[in-house]
Write a protein that binds this ligand. Structure first.
Ligand code: ARG
Length: 459
């Protein structure tokens, strides 16, 4: 047989060396080898079941594919750029191993539906892993929240101290965000687990294939409805990348809180040594680089999502080689998200919160002003008026450099005669938290209920 590359039957000339390395994708799409082999095994079995190849040929193919897999996993497989991508590399080696039968594997199939299948299987597997990793992080946060039910700190709006909250409430806010991320990943997975095999190049095939059998074999949920759609859309990858982007957004906000809290101006958390770095010049430094890097990778993930959306938007029907860029983008997102989730779950589990510094922060910033206003409302004063009167009290306390709770009763009564001794206990931060009894609020009943729901969901 002709020694030249088996994809180049119609050409006289060899490919230009730069063009070859420019078009190859095997340097990165070899990550799809497991999915490529699983897809080929299912395809071979279906070909035999349909009488398109013999049982013996199918057995040879399946056995050969298993051997290829073993070679790849043992590091013995020789990947060749000349063979462009993971699909041709595996098929070529398979044919070396099993002879003539190897050449029948691609019957009724195109790399266009093959790559779409491999990629869908891969994206689905990664969505599953992301969900697991996200739940690990949720577990770490939930455990910290359990310990933080009696620890109080200022809750912030505009990064200005607003009202007292429990540490548990603050951490659980993130747990709920991550729960929605997991649900979003599971939902995206349903649309990912659709088999495109049988679409062939773009139009379907004249061979009597059974796409449903392949889908069932691969435990996929459905089969494509339209062959042109099947080989040309990458919405499943984009959806997964959006899930990852939002996951990174949530993670990045958690990182930002940790970075702020580790700053001595807050002092709310002591970074575990194992997750801190130092400076090459300033020996006193303890830097939150791990959280900063996770925050930083968020930009790359958004960039990859936007990049692939842009790649897709100008493509005419059906497959275009531009689509090959989908995998590099997705792998980048996968590495960033999986790596960040893993390391942040470890870090979240070992954060050492400083309740004393949180208490000191509560003493500043008039976080109990709302308590005074609500107290006045309980005395029959309309909220808008109560708001104004409380403002006057804050202004007076500020002038004296004291807290609201330090103002003598006479001074408070000069502002509003409805105030009596009963006000003072209400100004304590723990009381403020305890009195937030509405569902979902920072009160202890709500926090307990949240913990129960989250733990139940995680189990
Ligand atoms: N490596 C290609 C990709 O990732 C596989 C499909 C190639 N199809 C083609 N007609 N050239 O998209």
């Amino acid at each position: 047989m002709n020694k030249k590359n088996f994809l180049r039957g119609r050409f006289e000339a060899e490919a230009d060396a730069l063009a070859k390395s420019f078009t190859q994708s095997v340097s990165h799409d070899r990550r799809l080898y497991l999915e490529d082999i699983a897809g080929s095994v299912a395809h071979a079995r279906m070909l035999a079941a349909q009488g398109i190849i013999t049982r013996e040929e199918a057995d040879l193919l399946v056995g050969g594919l298993e051997r290829v897999r073993a070679e790849i996993e043992a590091g013995d497989f020789v990947w060749k750029e000349d063979l462009e991508d993971v699909h041709m590399n595996i098929e070529s080696r398979l044919t070396e191993l099993v002879g003539e039968a190897g050449k029948k594997l691609h019957t009724g199939r195109s790399r266009n539906d093959q790559v779409a299948l491999d990629f869908r299987l891969f994206v689905s597997r990664r969505l599953g892993e992301w969900a697991v990793l996200t739940q690990e992080l949720m577990r770490a946060l939930t455990r910290q929240a359990e310990k933080g039910q009696e620890i109080f700190l200022p809750g912030y709006t505009h990064l200005q101290a607003a009202q007292p909250v429990s540490l548990a409430q603050h951490l659980l806010a993130y747990a709920w965000m991550f729960k929605r991320d997991v649900e979003r990943m599971r939902d995206a997975d349903k649309r990912t687990r659709v088999s495109p095999l049988g679409a062939a190049a773009l139009a379907g095939t004249s061979h009597p294939l059974d796409p449903l059998r392949v889908a069932r074999d691969l435990r996929l949920e459905a089969v494509f409805d339209n062959s042109m759609d099947a080989v040309s859309d990458r919405d499943f990858a984009l959806e997964a990348m959006f899930c990852a982007s939002l996951g990174m957004a949530h993670l990045s906000r958690l990182c930002e809180d940790i970075i702020l809290w580790a700053n001595p101006a807050f002092g709310f958390v002591r970074l575990p040594d194992a997750y801190s770095t130092s400076s090459s010049i300033m020996p006193q430094k303890k830097n939150p680089d791990v959280a900063e890097l996770a925050r930083g990778k968020t930009g790359q993930v958004y960039g990859a999502l936007l990049g692939l959306l842009t790649t897709l938007k100008g493509l005419p029907m059906t497959y275009n080689r531009d689509l090959q860029e989908d995998k590099a983008a997705f792998f980048m997102v996968d590495d960033a998200l999986s790596g960040s989730l893993r390391v942040m779950a470890g870090m979240a589990a070992s954060l050492d919160f400083r309740a004393e510094n949180m208490r000191l922060a509560l003493a500043k910033g008039y976080v109990n002003a709302t308590e005074l206003a609500d107290y006045l409302v309980s005395k029959g004063i309309p909220f808008r008026d109560a708001h104004g009167l409380t403002g006057a009290a804050v202004s007076l306390a500020e002038k004296r450099g004291v807290g609201l709770e330090d103002l003598p009763l006479d001074d408070l009564r000069a502002i509003c005669p409805a105030i009596d001794e009963g006000l003072y206990p209400l100004l304590a931060p723990e009381t403020a938290v305890r009195r937030r009894t509405t569902p979902g609020g920072t009160g202890p009943e709500s926090v307990k209920a949240q913990l129960t729901r989250l733990k139940h969901w995680l189990a």
